[in-house]
Design a protein around this ligand. Structure first.
Ligand code: NAG
Ligand code: NAG
Ligand code: NAG
Ligand code: NAG
Length: 415
């Protein structure tokens, strides 16, 4: 398992082009990876600079998005959450250039070594294209390749990499490509090189949140999520449910123990026992309540996750719920998208503040509360102790100037 993370780390450092036999180990863990969300290691070669970039440009510009100028980005890869962040970053880059983003390809599988195994999947097979443009109108826009008048009028823009490619240089490059007319005249600017997830971040959390809000699942997938949610709630007398994104798989445990050592904390890895105890101590938890365990069941070596819950807390995972056959029909990305939706709609969500999956769920739940103050969408982090040994209340700080905390995890959560 250790090799798995080293392998990923190597991939990052090589910018995604590594072709080393050492990475064969990845294949061994395919089974491990398939059902889980990818948590990117917090590796030293891949840290965000702590400089908070102060924008000298108002964030509200952008109504000038041109429908006849496009930005093209490389295929978007890795876990669902990384893909969402990468997609948002591509959108925000296009917005900065006042360009329409050509609808990118996502990746249905988690493979990232062999390009032919990446299983490109068109954005509109997962999210609604027209709905996206309607909801994000005036902010960012997606276009189709058929909108191009002349597919040969393309300017390639190589993103730099390495230590010398600073945030400032990256920003200069973007500004140059929007101001200098010899660049800007091109119908399409094609960014080549790294996956957008690895680009520098120039945008505040609320800009990302705005893009995520426009991502609505296609009907087929959202109906599958409906089916799962109605199984969870039961049909006779629909019960509320708590969704717990339980990270207790072996490979996560190895990774998080290392992280704890490095960050000198003990608030990252929670054991099963600790998670159960914290959930049970959530203040005002009405019983009976269904506890849906969003976990890749197959990864659990010795599954005792269904045991040891207090009376009144009724735990389910996919198998016990009888929904694993729904999931099995789909590739990794869709499975993850269904799980994400189930967590998003839960009456209470409990996750790990070091997980990108959990962090994005909380961000969207926070956004829903901001939009409609009458509705409560409480979320908690089980890895941080709160009142009475319950989990810490968790909301996303929408004024953060970048997405760092969300991408790499934190135990400093707003509450
Ligand atoms: C982008 O649009 C904004 C708002 O219309 C405008 O102020 C700005 O000059 C435009 N930038 C470019 C590069 O076209
Ligand atoms: C497309 O653009 C290229 C280069 O500018 C030009 O040579 C070609 O004639 C154009 N084709 C069409 C159909 O406009
Ligand atoms: C695995 O399960 C068995 C039986 O349920 C139990 O006795 C054993 O302690 C468990 N092992 C671990 C490592 O949890
Ligand atoms: C939210 O983030 C802003 C900007 O980083 C910071 O000034 C503020 O103190 C944060 N609020 C909370 C509640 O953490």
């Amino acid at each position: 398992m250790e090799m798995l993370f080293n392998c990923k780390l190597l991939k990052f450092m090589a910018g995604g082009n590594l072709n080393s036999t050492a990475c064969k180990c990845v294949l061994l863990f395919v089974a491990v990876l398939i059902l889980r969300t990818l948590f990117l290691p917090h590796s030293p070669g891949f840290e965000w600079s702590n400089i908070v970039y102060v924008r000298n440009q108002s964030p509200s510009v952008g109504s000038g998005i041109r429908q006849d100028k496009f930005l093209e980005v490389p295929q978007i890869v890795w876990g669902l959450n990384n893909q969402k962040i990468a997609f948002a970053r591509a959108c925000l880059t296009a917005r900065m250039l006042n360009r329409t983003l050509l609808m990118p390809s996502l990746s249905a599988s988690l493979f990232y070594k062999e390009i032919d195994l990446l299983q490109p999947i068109s954005f509109d097979k997962v999210f609604q294209f027209d709905k996206f443009n309607a909801l994000c109108s005036g902010f960012v826009q997606l276009g189709r390749y058929s909108d191009l008048s002349n597919a040969t009028r393309v300017l390639e823009m190589q993103k730099g990499s390495g230590r010398k490619w600073t945030m400032e240089r990256d920003l200069d490059q973007l500004e140059q490509h929007s101001r200098v007319s010899s660049f800007d005249d091109h119908e399409t600017i094609r960014i080549v090189g790294k996956n957008p997830f690895l680009w520098h971040d120039h945008w505040p959390v609320k800009d990302y949140a705005k893009v995520f809000e426009c991502l609505v699942l296609v009907d087929e997938i959202s109906q599958e999520a409906d089916r799962v949610v109605s199984r969870i709630r039961g049909s006779t007398e629909p019960l509320p449910y708590v969704a717990v994104h339980m990270r207790v798989e072996i490979d996560w445990m190895i990774h998080c123990k290392k992280l704890e050592q490095r960050l000198n904390t003990n608030q990252i890895c929670s054991s099963e026992k600790e998670i159960k105890e914290r959930v049970r101590n959530i203040a005002d938890l009405k019983r009976p309540v269904v506890v849906y365990l969003a976990v890749a069941d197959k990864l659990l070596k010795n599954s005792s996750i269904l045991e040891g819950w207090e009376e009144g807390l009724v735990p389910f995972e996919k198998k016990k719920l009888g929904v694993d056959e729904i999931y099995r029909k789909y590739p990794y990305l869709i499975q993850s998208a269904i799980d994400y939706e189930v967590c998003l709609r839960a009456d209470i969500f409990v996750g790990n503040s070091f997980s990108t999956f959990s962090s994005l769920v909380v961000l969207e739940r926070t956004q829903k509360m901001i939009r409609n103050v009458d509705v409560r969408w409480p979320s908690y982090a089980y890895n941080v102790p709160g009142e009475l040994n319950g989990p810490m209340r968790w909301v996303t700080n929408m004024s953060d100037s970048n997405l760092q905390a969300i991408s790499y995890g934190t135990n400093h959560i707003s509450s």
